[in-house]
Design a protein. Structure first.
Length: 182
């Protein structure tokens, strides 16, 4: 059975992230999960839709993609010879490492999505350890769900702090109507 658009978009996003992070020691499974999460979440906050359309689950170390989607996409990329997945050591700890073997196809992504992804990859791969990005992801959005529950993207709006005024309420009503939830 051919992959769904959603599964294809997730696989292409994973491939692009792995390709962008050329040092496999800088991109273990935890960082890959967080880049997927933040890419989808920030795109949702900017456009009202995520890049992949997949769901994310609250786990101990932060939000992770639905494991069925993630495993299927990773397996497909490996079977097609686009990535290699190895078990390595990083600072004395075991780490699942990812290497891009072929250039990714980014035609499914808009320029705005690529821009967001590039910023997230740079931030996570260059400025965080797996522990620090895991801790960073334990925010108000992560707290909005119980372990094992889906984290709704709309919880991302709770991360924007500040006084709520009438203009904010009107904006929220317009957005809710536009998204079909009001």
């Amino acid at each position: 059975m051919p992959p769904s658009y959603q599964d294809d978009k997730l696989a292409q996003l994973m491939h692009y992230i792995i390709w962008k992070c050329t040092d496999p020691t800088m991109l273990g499974a935890i960082k890959l999960n967080k880049i997927l999460w933040y890419s989808d979440m920030f795109t949702y906050m900017e456009t009202g839709r995520s890049i992949t359309g997949i769901t994310y689950i609250k786990r101990q170390f932060g939000p992770v993609p639905n494991s069925e989607n993630f495993i299927k996409a990773r397996g497909r990329l490996q079977n097609e010879g686009k990535i290699a997945v190895t078990e390595g050591m990083y600072y004395g700890k075991p780490q699942r490492q990812f290497v891009a073997l072929k250039r990714p196809d980014i035609s499914m992504f808009s320029p705005e999505e690529i821009s967001i992804i590039d910023i997230i990859v740079e931030e996570v791969c260059q400025k965080h350890t797996a522990s620090s990005i895991s801790n960073f992801s334990h925010d108000i959005i992560w707290e909005s769900a119980d372990i094992g529950e889906e984290i709704p993207f709309c919880a991302a709006f709770a991360a924007r702090f500040g006084e709520i005024n009438e203009e904010d309420i009107q904006w929220a009503k317009v957005e809710a109507k536009r998204l079909g939830i009001y």
